[in-house]
Write a protein that binds this ligand. Structure first.
Ligand code: NAD
Ligand code: MG
Length: 391
Protein backbone atom coordinates (compact mmCIF):
# COMPACT_ATOMS: atom_id res chain seq x y z
CA UNK A 1 0.00 0.00 0.00
CA UNK A 2 1.51 3.29 -1.12
CA UNK A 3 0.66 6.51 0.70
CA UNK A 4 0.07 9.39 -1.71
CA UNK A 5 0.29 13.13 -1.00
CA UNK A 6 -1.95 15.01 -3.42
CA UNK A 7 -0.76 18.63 -3.44
CA UNK A 8 -3.40 20.75 -5.14
CA UNK A 9 -6.09 18.16 -4.39
CA UNK A 10 -8.97 20.54 -5.18
CA UNK A 11 -7.73 21.24 -8.72
CA UNK A 12 -8.24 19.49 -12.02
CA UNK A 13 -5.17 17.22 -11.74
CA UNK A 14 -6.00 16.66 -8.07
CA UNK A 15 -9.48 15.41 -9.02
CA UNK A 16 -8.12 13.09 -11.73
CA UNK A 17 -5.52 11.71 -9.30
CA UNK A 18 -8.10 11.02 -6.60
CA UNK A 19 -10.32 9.33 -9.18
CA UNK A 20 -7.50 6.90 -10.07
CA UNK A 21 -6.62 6.34 -6.40
CA UNK A 22 -10.27 5.54 -5.61
CA UNK A 23 -10.21 2.81 -8.28
CA UNK A 24 -7.30 1.06 -6.52
CA UNK A 25 -7.95 1.03 -2.76
CA UNK A 26 -5.75 -2.09 -2.47
CA UNK A 27 -2.70 -0.22 -3.85
CA UNK A 28 -2.96 3.47 -2.96
CA UNK A 29 -4.22 5.63 -0.13
CA UNK A 30 -4.46 9.45 -0.23
CA UNK A 31 -2.58 10.21 2.99
CA UNK A 32 -2.10 13.99 2.55
CA UNK A 33 -4.47 16.40 0.80
CA UNK A 34 -3.74 20.09 0.26
CA UNK A 35 -5.45 23.14 -1.21
CA UNK A 36 -4.85 26.86 -1.42
CA UNK A 37 -8.01 28.40 0.04
CA UNK A 38 -11.06 26.36 -0.96
CA UNK A 39 -11.86 25.03 2.51
CA UNK A 40 -15.25 23.60 1.59
CA UNK A 41 -13.86 21.52 -1.28
CA UNK A 42 -10.88 20.32 0.79
CA UNK A 43 -13.14 19.34 3.71
CA UNK A 44 -15.38 17.38 1.34
CA UNK A 45 -12.39 15.52 -0.09
CA UNK A 46 -11.20 14.73 3.44
CA UNK A 47 -14.61 13.30 4.29
CA UNK A 48 -14.39 11.05 1.28
CA UNK A 49 -10.71 10.03 1.33
CA UNK A 50 -9.93 10.16 5.10
CA UNK A 51 -6.29 11.34 4.81
CA UNK A 52 -3.91 11.48 7.81
CA UNK A 53 -3.23 15.16 7.16
CA UNK A 54 -5.03 18.08 5.49
CA UNK A 55 -3.04 21.21 4.67
CA UNK A 56 -4.58 24.54 3.70
CA UNK A 57 -1.97 26.94 2.29
CA UNK A 58 -3.85 30.04 3.47
CA UNK A 59 -3.15 30.06 7.23
CA UNK A 60 -6.15 32.25 8.04
CA UNK A 61 -8.39 29.32 7.10
CA UNK A 62 -6.88 26.63 9.35
CA UNK A 63 -9.47 27.12 12.11
CA UNK A 64 -12.35 26.90 9.67
CA UNK A 65 -10.97 23.70 8.13
CA UNK A 66 -10.56 22.14 11.59
CA UNK A 67 -14.15 23.12 12.53
CA UNK A 68 -15.61 21.67 9.34
CA UNK A 69 -13.72 18.40 9.73
CA UNK A 70 -14.71 18.05 13.38
CA UNK A 71 -18.35 18.69 12.48
CA UNK A 72 -18.17 15.98 9.81
CA UNK A 73 -16.55 13.52 12.22
CA UNK A 74 -13.30 13.38 10.21
CA UNK A 75 -10.28 12.64 12.40
CA UNK A 76 -7.21 13.98 10.63
CA UNK A 77 -4.43 16.36 11.51
CA UNK A 78 -4.92 19.88 10.19
CA UNK A 79 -2.04 22.18 9.26
CA UNK A 80 -1.58 25.38 7.27
CA UNK A 81 0.98 27.43 5.38
CA UNK A 82 3.71 26.55 2.93
CA UNK A 83 6.12 25.36 5.61
CA UNK A 84 3.60 22.77 6.79
CA UNK A 85 3.21 21.61 3.20
CA UNK A 86 6.94 21.18 2.57
CA UNK A 87 7.44 19.49 5.96
CA UNK A 88 4.60 17.05 5.27
CA UNK A 89 5.88 16.33 1.77
CA UNK A 90 9.32 15.46 3.11
CA UNK A 91 8.00 13.43 6.07
CA UNK A 92 7.05 9.78 6.50
CA UNK A 93 3.32 10.24 5.83
CA UNK A 94 3.76 9.72 2.08
CA UNK A 95 5.71 7.56 -0.40
CA UNK A 96 4.46 9.30 -3.53
CA UNK A 97 3.98 13.05 -4.03
CA UNK A 98 1.69 14.34 -6.76
CA UNK A 99 2.86 17.90 -7.42
CA UNK A 100 -0.34 19.44 -8.79
CA UNK A 101 -0.20 22.97 -7.38
CA UNK A 102 -0.42 25.59 -10.13
CA UNK A 103 2.39 28.08 -10.67
CA UNK A 104 5.68 28.91 -8.93
CA UNK A 105 3.86 28.41 -5.60
CA UNK A 106 4.57 24.70 -6.09
CA UNK A 107 8.37 25.05 -6.18
CA UNK A 108 9.14 24.48 -2.46
CA UNK A 109 7.01 21.38 -2.07
CA UNK A 110 8.28 19.91 -5.37
CA UNK A 111 11.88 20.44 -4.24
CA UNK A 112 11.11 19.00 -0.80
CA UNK A 113 9.67 15.82 -2.34
CA UNK A 114 12.73 15.45 -4.57
CA UNK A 115 15.17 15.98 -1.69
CA UNK A 116 13.31 13.47 0.46
CA UNK A 117 13.66 10.76 -2.20
CA UNK A 118 9.95 10.32 -2.87
CA UNK A 119 8.44 9.16 -6.13
CA UNK A 120 7.57 12.58 -7.55
CA UNK A 121 4.69 12.75 -10.02
CA UNK A 122 5.29 16.14 -11.62
CA UNK A 123 2.30 18.02 -13.03
CA UNK A 124 3.43 21.42 -11.73
CA UNK A 125 5.50 22.32 -14.82
CA UNK A 126 6.18 25.86 -13.56
CA UNK A 127 8.43 24.48 -10.80
CA UNK A 128 10.75 22.72 -13.27
CA UNK A 129 10.71 25.71 -15.65
CA UNK A 130 11.64 27.94 -12.73
CA UNK A 131 14.21 25.76 -10.99
CA UNK A 132 15.15 22.99 -13.45
CA UNK A 133 18.82 22.50 -12.49
CA UNK A 134 18.01 22.79 -8.76
CA UNK A 135 15.22 20.23 -9.05
CA UNK A 136 17.47 17.77 -10.91
CA UNK A 137 20.16 18.23 -8.27
CA UNK A 138 17.60 17.66 -5.49
CA UNK A 139 16.49 14.45 -7.23
CA UNK A 140 20.06 13.21 -7.47
CA UNK A 141 20.75 14.05 -3.83
CA UNK A 142 17.49 12.52 -2.61
CA UNK A 143 17.75 9.38 -4.73
CA UNK A 144 14.06 9.50 -5.62
CA UNK A 145 12.47 9.27 -9.04
CA UNK A 146 10.50 11.74 -11.11
CA UNK A 147 7.74 10.42 -13.35
CA UNK A 148 6.26 13.15 -15.56
CA UNK A 149 2.51 13.60 -15.47
CA UNK A 150 2.27 16.34 -18.08
CA UNK A 151 0.76 14.25 -20.89
CA UNK A 152 3.45 15.11 -23.49
CA UNK A 153 6.33 14.30 -21.15
CA UNK A 154 4.63 11.20 -19.90
CA UNK A 155 4.25 10.14 -23.55
CA UNK A 156 7.95 10.77 -24.23
CA UNK A 157 8.90 8.91 -21.05
CA UNK A 158 6.88 5.96 -22.36
CA UNK A 159 8.55 6.12 -25.82
CA UNK A 160 12.11 6.21 -24.47
CA UNK A 161 14.01 3.06 -23.53
CA UNK A 162 14.08 2.76 -19.72
CA UNK A 163 12.42 6.06 -18.91
CA UNK A 164 14.99 8.89 -18.90
CA UNK A 165 18.20 7.61 -20.52
CA UNK A 166 21.05 9.49 -22.20
CA UNK A 167 19.38 10.56 -25.45
CA UNK A 168 22.47 10.51 -27.70
CA UNK A 169 23.55 7.06 -26.50
CA UNK A 170 20.01 5.78 -27.07
CA UNK A 171 19.95 6.98 -30.68
CA UNK A 172 17.33 9.66 -30.11
CA UNK A 173 17.37 12.41 -32.75
CA UNK A 174 14.47 14.61 -31.67
CA UNK A 175 11.65 14.91 -29.18
CA UNK A 176 8.41 16.09 -30.77
CA UNK A 177 5.84 17.65 -28.45
CA UNK A 178 2.32 17.75 -29.80
CA UNK A 179 0.04 20.72 -29.12
CA UNK A 180 -3.71 20.88 -29.64
CA UNK A 181 -3.31 24.47 -30.83
CA UNK A 182 -5.80 25.63 -28.18
CA UNK A 183 -9.16 27.32 -28.73
CA UNK A 184 -7.72 29.97 -31.09
CA UNK A 185 -5.87 27.75 -33.56
CA UNK A 186 -5.97 29.24 -37.06
CA UNK A 187 -6.93 32.74 -35.93
CA UNK A 188 -5.05 35.89 -36.97
CA UNK A 189 -3.69 38.48 -34.53
CA UNK A 190 -6.53 40.85 -35.43
CA UNK A 191 -9.05 38.16 -34.51
CA UNK A 192 -7.40 37.69 -31.12
CA UNK A 193 -7.38 41.34 -30.06
CA UNK A 194 -10.66 41.23 -28.12
CA UNK A 195 -10.95 37.61 -26.96
CA UNK A 196 -12.26 37.14 -23.40
CA UNK A 197 -11.01 34.94 -20.52
CA UNK A 198 -14.02 32.63 -20.89
CA UNK A 199 -13.29 32.15 -24.59
CA UNK A 200 -9.64 31.46 -23.80
CA UNK A 201 -10.56 28.91 -21.13
CA UNK A 202 -12.87 26.95 -23.44
CA UNK A 203 -10.32 24.35 -24.51
CA UNK A 204 -11.46 22.13 -27.38
CA UNK A 205 -10.00 18.88 -25.99
CA UNK A 206 -8.89 19.16 -22.36
CA UNK A 207 -10.71 20.28 -19.24
CA UNK A 208 -8.16 22.06 -17.05
CA UNK A 209 -7.61 24.85 -14.50
CA UNK A 210 -7.94 28.44 -15.76
CA UNK A 211 -4.23 29.36 -15.70
CA UNK A 212 -3.09 26.42 -17.83
CA UNK A 213 -6.11 26.94 -20.11
CA UNK A 214 -4.96 30.50 -20.89
CA UNK A 215 -1.40 29.19 -21.37
CA UNK A 216 -2.80 26.69 -23.87
CA UNK A 217 -4.58 29.48 -25.73
CA UNK A 218 -1.39 31.60 -26.00
CA UNK A 219 0.80 28.48 -26.65
CA UNK A 220 2.87 29.51 -23.60
CA UNK A 221 1.86 26.13 -22.20
CA UNK A 222 3.78 24.48 -25.06
CA UNK A 223 6.67 26.87 -24.47
CA UNK A 224 6.83 25.90 -20.78
CA UNK A 225 6.66 22.26 -21.89
CA UNK A 226 9.62 22.70 -24.26
CA UNK A 227 11.66 23.97 -21.30
CA UNK A 228 10.29 21.14 -19.14
CA UNK A 229 11.35 18.58 -21.79
CA UNK A 230 14.82 20.11 -21.98
CA UNK A 231 15.35 19.61 -18.24
CA UNK A 232 13.58 16.28 -17.88
CA UNK A 233 15.22 14.51 -20.80
CA UNK A 234 18.44 16.49 -21.30
CA UNK A 235 17.46 17.47 -24.85
CA UNK A 236 19.13 20.56 -26.37
CA UNK A 237 16.68 23.23 -27.64
CA UNK A 238 17.39 22.36 -31.29
CA UNK A 239 16.36 18.75 -30.69
CA UNK A 240 12.87 19.68 -29.47
CA UNK A 241 10.10 20.28 -32.00
CA UNK A 242 6.48 21.32 -31.58
CA UNK A 243 3.79 19.91 -33.83
CA UNK A 244 0.18 21.09 -33.74
CA UNK A 245 -2.21 18.12 -33.64
CA UNK A 246 -5.80 19.28 -33.05
CA UNK A 247 -7.26 15.85 -32.24
CA UNK A 248 -5.01 15.50 -29.13
CA UNK A 249 -4.80 11.73 -29.52
CA UNK A 250 -1.04 11.51 -30.20
CA UNK A 251 0.42 12.87 -26.98
CA UNK A 252 4.01 13.22 -28.25
CA UNK A 253 6.67 11.43 -30.31
CA UNK A 254 10.32 10.40 -30.15
CA UNK A 255 12.33 10.28 -33.38
CA UNK A 256 15.33 7.92 -33.54
CA UNK A 257 18.40 8.11 -35.80
CA UNK A 258 17.32 5.01 -37.75
CA UNK A 259 14.17 6.80 -38.89
CA UNK A 260 11.82 5.16 -36.38
CA UNK A 261 9.31 7.48 -34.78
CA UNK A 262 7.58 6.19 -31.64
CA UNK A 263 4.41 7.83 -30.39
CA UNK A 264 2.09 7.35 -27.44
CA UNK A 265 -1.63 7.62 -28.18
CA UNK A 266 -4.72 7.72 -26.03
CA UNK A 267 -7.90 9.66 -25.41
CA UNK A 268 -7.24 13.14 -23.97
CA UNK A 269 -7.76 12.28 -20.32
CA UNK A 270 -5.09 13.01 -17.70
CA UNK A 271 -6.00 9.85 -15.76
CA UNK A 272 -3.93 7.79 -18.25
CA UNK A 273 -0.69 9.66 -17.47
CA UNK A 274 -1.50 9.75 -13.74
CA UNK A 275 -2.24 6.01 -13.57
CA UNK A 276 0.92 5.28 -15.55
CA UNK A 277 3.04 7.42 -13.22
CA UNK A 278 1.45 6.04 -10.03
CA UNK A 279 1.97 2.39 -10.94
CA UNK A 280 5.08 2.50 -13.17
CA UNK A 281 6.57 0.11 -14.21
CA UNK A 282 3.28 -1.74 -13.78
CA UNK A 283 0.07 -0.81 -15.61
CA UNK A 284 -3.26 -0.26 -13.92
CA UNK A 285 -6.77 0.59 -15.06
CA UNK A 286 -7.40 4.36 -15.23
CA UNK A 287 -11.11 4.65 -16.00
CA UNK A 288 -10.32 6.12 -19.43
CA UNK A 289 -12.49 5.02 -22.37
CA UNK A 290 -10.68 2.87 -24.98
CA UNK A 291 -9.25 4.76 -27.93
CA UNK A 292 -11.17 3.69 -31.03
CA UNK A 293 -9.07 4.86 -33.98
CA UNK A 294 -11.53 3.49 -36.53
CA UNK A 295 -14.15 5.83 -35.07
CA UNK A 296 -11.85 8.82 -34.69
CA UNK A 297 -11.48 10.11 -38.23
CA UNK A 298 -8.26 11.62 -39.57
CA UNK A 299 -5.25 12.67 -37.53
CA UNK A 300 -3.98 16.13 -38.59
CA UNK A 301 -0.56 17.64 -37.99
CA UNK A 302 0.70 21.16 -38.81
CA UNK A 303 3.50 23.54 -37.82
CA UNK A 304 2.74 26.08 -35.05
CA UNK A 305 2.13 29.72 -36.02
CA UNK A 306 4.93 31.43 -34.09
CA UNK A 307 4.10 34.92 -35.40
CA UNK A 308 0.57 34.90 -34.01
CA UNK A 309 1.35 32.89 -30.89
CA UNK A 310 4.50 34.75 -29.81
CA UNK A 311 4.69 33.12 -26.39
CA UNK A 312 6.03 29.87 -27.86
CA UNK A 313 8.84 31.75 -29.64
CA UNK A 314 9.61 33.65 -26.40
CA UNK A 315 9.92 30.38 -24.47
CA UNK A 316 12.43 29.02 -27.00
CA UNK A 317 14.28 32.35 -26.74
CA UNK A 318 14.41 32.07 -22.92
CA UNK A 319 15.59 28.47 -23.08
CA UNK A 320 18.40 29.43 -25.48
CA UNK A 321 19.37 32.41 -23.29
CA UNK A 322 19.79 29.92 -20.42
CA UNK A 323 20.43 30.71 -16.74
CA UNK A 324 17.34 32.09 -15.05
CA UNK A 325 15.68 33.41 -18.23
CA UNK A 326 13.02 30.64 -18.07
CA UNK A 327 12.24 31.71 -14.48
CA UNK A 328 11.83 35.34 -15.65
CA UNK A 329 9.59 34.18 -18.51
CA UNK A 330 7.46 32.12 -16.14
CA UNK A 331 7.05 34.85 -13.52
CA UNK A 332 6.13 37.52 -16.08
CA UNK A 333 3.66 35.11 -17.67
CA UNK A 334 1.98 34.28 -14.34
CA UNK A 335 1.43 37.99 -13.63
CA UNK A 336 0.19 38.70 -17.16
CA UNK A 337 -2.19 35.72 -17.19
CA UNK A 338 -3.61 36.76 -13.83
CA UNK A 339 -4.27 40.24 -15.24
CA UNK A 340 -5.86 38.79 -18.37
CA UNK A 341 -8.11 36.53 -16.26
CA UNK A 342 -9.05 39.57 -14.15
CA UNK A 343 -10.07 41.42 -17.32
CA UNK A 344 -7.40 44.13 -17.04
CA UNK A 345 -5.01 43.02 -19.82
CA UNK A 346 -5.81 42.19 -23.46
CA UNK A 347 -4.94 38.68 -24.66
CA UNK A 348 -2.22 39.77 -27.10
CA UNK A 349 -0.55 41.90 -24.41
CA UNK A 350 0.39 38.75 -22.44
CA UNK A 351 3.26 38.11 -24.88
CA UNK A 352 4.18 41.81 -24.88
CA UNK A 353 4.56 41.86 -21.10
CA UNK A 354 6.65 38.66 -21.13
CA UNK A 355 8.91 39.98 -23.90
CA UNK A 356 9.42 43.36 -22.18
CA UNK A 357 10.35 41.70 -18.86
CA UNK A 358 12.79 39.31 -20.58
CA UNK A 359 14.45 42.36 -22.20
CA UNK A 360 14.53 44.31 -18.92
CA UNK A 361 16.08 41.45 -16.92
CA UNK A 362 18.83 39.71 -18.92
CA UNK A 363 19.61 36.12 -17.92
CA UNK A 364 21.80 35.43 -14.89
CA UNK A 365 23.26 32.12 -13.73
CA UNK A 366 21.08 30.07 -11.36
CA UNK A 367 22.96 29.90 -8.04
CA UNK A 368 20.52 28.71 -5.38
CA UNK A 369 16.84 28.69 -4.48
CA UNK A 370 17.01 31.99 -2.57
CA UNK A 371 18.48 33.96 -5.49
CA UNK A 372 16.05 32.29 -7.88
CA UNK A 373 13.08 33.26 -5.74
CA UNK A 374 14.47 36.82 -5.57
CA UNK A 375 14.69 36.97 -9.37
CA UNK A 376 11.16 35.56 -9.65
CA UNK A 377 10.08 38.47 -7.41
CA UNK A 378 11.98 41.02 -9.53
CA UNK A 379 10.32 39.73 -12.69
CA UNK A 380 6.87 39.88 -11.08
CA UNK A 381 7.53 43.47 -9.96
CA UNK A 382 8.71 44.43 -13.46
CA UNK A 383 5.59 42.86 -15.00
CA UNK A 384 3.30 44.65 -12.52
CA UNK A 385 4.98 48.01 -13.33
CA UNK A 386 4.21 47.41 -17.01
CA UNK A 387 0.59 46.58 -16.19
CA UNK A 388 0.18 49.90 -14.39
CA UNK A 389 1.41 51.84 -17.42
CA UNK A 390 -1.37 53.46 -19.46
CA UNK A 391 -1.80 51.87 -22.92
P1 NAD B 1 -6.14 24.05 -10.96
O1 NAD B 1 -6.19 25.53 -10.97
O2 NAD B 1 -7.34 23.28 -11.35
O3 NAD B 1 -5.71 23.55 -9.49
C1 NAD B 1 -4.62 24.11 -8.82
C2 NAD B 1 -4.48 23.52 -7.42
O4 NAD B 1 -3.38 24.19 -6.78
C3 NAD B 1 -5.70 23.74 -6.51
O5 NAD B 1 -5.88 22.63 -5.67
C4 NAD B 1 -5.31 24.97 -5.68
O6 NAD B 1 -5.95 24.98 -4.41
C5 NAD B 1 -3.81 24.76 -5.54
N1 NAD B 1 -3.10 26.03 -5.37
C6 NAD B 1 -3.21 27.14 -6.17
N2 NAD B 1 -2.41 28.12 -5.71
C7 NAD B 1 -1.78 27.64 -4.60
C8 NAD B 1 -0.86 28.18 -3.67
N3 NAD B 1 -0.42 29.45 -3.78
N4 NAD B 1 -0.43 27.38 -2.67
C9 NAD B 1 -0.88 26.12 -2.53
N5 NAD B 1 -1.77 25.54 -3.37
C10 NAD B 1 -2.22 26.29 -4.39
O7 NAD B 1 -4.89 23.64 -11.86
P2 NAD B 1 -4.66 22.29 -12.68
O8 NAD B 1 -5.24 22.41 -14.03
O9 NAD B 1 -5.00 21.10 -11.84
O10 NAD B 1 -3.07 22.35 -12.89
C11 NAD B 1 -2.17 22.06 -11.83
C12 NAD B 1 -0.74 21.98 -12.40
O11 NAD B 1 -0.68 20.87 -13.29
C13 NAD B 1 -0.34 23.21 -13.23
O12 NAD B 1 1.02 23.45 -13.05
C14 NAD B 1 -0.61 22.78 -14.65
O13 NAD B 1 0.23 23.44 -15.59
C15 NAD B 1 -0.27 21.30 -14.58
N6 NAD B 1 -0.94 20.48 -15.59
C16 NAD B 1 -2.31 20.45 -15.63
C17 NAD B 1 -2.95 19.68 -16.60
C18 NAD B 1 -4.46 19.57 -16.64
O14 NAD B 1 -4.98 18.83 -17.46
N7 NAD B 1 -5.19 20.26 -15.79
C19 NAD B 1 -2.20 18.97 -17.55
C20 NAD B 1 -0.80 19.03 -17.48
C21 NAD B 1 -0.19 19.79 -16.50
MG1 MG C 1 0.78 19.11 -21.32
Amino acid sequence: MKKVAVLGATGSIGASTLDVIARHPDRFRASILSAHSNVAALAELCERFRPDLAVIADSTLEGELARRLAAAGVRCTVASGHHALTAATAGTSCDIVVAAIVGAAGLDSTLAAARAGKRLLLANKESIVLGGPLLLEALRAGGGELIPVDSEHNAIFQCLPGGRPDLAKSGVRRLVLTASGGPFRGRSRAELAAVTPDQACKHPKWSMGRKISVDSATLMNKGLEVIEAHHLFGAPPDAIDVLVHPQSLVHSLVEYVDGSVLAQLGNPDMRTAIAHALAWPERIEAGVPRLDLADGGALQFEAPDLDTFRCLALAFQALRAGGDAPAILNAANEVAVEAFLAGTLPFLAIAEVVEAVLTELPAQAVVDVESLVARDGEARAAARRLLRRPC
